[in-house]
Design a protein around this ligand. Structure first.
Ligand code: ACO
Length: 210
């Protein structure tokens, strides 16, 4: 497969493996991984090409490669993107083939839409976000940059998830709710009112943790 469709993944943990799976299914060639700790790539046929700081050198040799940061932690993902703000990088938008993204929705580069996720009409997904397996983002939602919507989450229409917020596995959010920047929603929560920035909420209905 030609270099045009080659994807370099920054982060070789479990999330890196999952993104490689979705990207490969979508037709990308997995060019390799950069990682500061791993010695073995999590995807058959791919290698660890160096530490994350080697990115500029690697892209000099392979300027056609697209890049995605595959660190599941929102803050770590942002930190890596910001570290390389000065160099031209073609960030990939990876859409699993079983995902549905409405033609009236948008997904910014650096973001991943995993298997069976849905991005419904009019929703806008910012850069470097994760829409994980089977998450449904209903109509007219907004997901800020570096947000993570975990597997099996259901966002009703017109929900806003601000930058770097994390909605935990299986949570549900009713229409019109705003989840503030860097807030965390616990696994299985039912969010029925706005969550302030930086606050962690859990339970049904969701309440701030002590
Ligand atoms: C493919 C993938 O793997 S994607 C990754 C998806 N990851 C997730 O969905 C992770 C979601 N994380 C959680 O739900 C976590 O439990 C968090 C973030 C809400 C809280 O984590 P921590 O800050 O470590 O809190 P901690 O475990 O100390 O719990 C604090 C209190 O909240 C309670 N609590 C924690 N999580 C939940 C939850 N999901 N629902 C209800 N109560 C909860 C605990 O029982 C504890 O209660 P107590 O004070 O009465 O004993």
């Amino acid at each position: 497969m030609g270099d045009r469709h080659s994807l370099l993944l920054l982060g070789a943990g479990g999330h890196g493996r999952a993104v490689a799976d979705a990207a490969s299914a979508a037709g990308w060639h997995i060019a390799g991984f950069l990682d500061d700790h791993a010695t073995e790539a999590p995807w058959t046929g791919a290698s660890i090409l160096g530490a994350i700081d080697t990115l500029p050198t690697i892209l000099q040799a392979h300027p056609e490669w697209s890049v995605i940061v595959t660190l599941g932690d929102n803050r770590e993902r942002r930190s890596v993107v910001e570290r390389f703000a000065g160099i031209p990088i073609r960030f990939a938008t990876v859409l699993a083939p079983s995902a549905y993204v409405s033609p009236t929705a948008s997904v910014e580069p650096g973001s991943i839409v995993m298997h069976h996720a849905v991005v419904h009409a009019g929703s806008r997904i910012g850069p470097h976000a994760i829409l994980n397996t089977g998450a449904t983002i209903d109509h007219d939602c907004e997901i800020g940059e570096y947000g993570h919507i975990s597997p099996g989450v259901h966002l009703a229409g017109t929900v806003k998830v601000e930058r770097e917020a994390h909605v935990g596995i299986g949570a549900s959010v009713i229409p019109g709710v705003r989840i503030g920047a860097r807030a965390v929603v616990g696994a299985g929560a039912a969010v029925i009112s706005d969550v302030p920035a930086g606050v962690t909420v859990v339970g049904v209905p969701a309440r701030p943790t002590r």
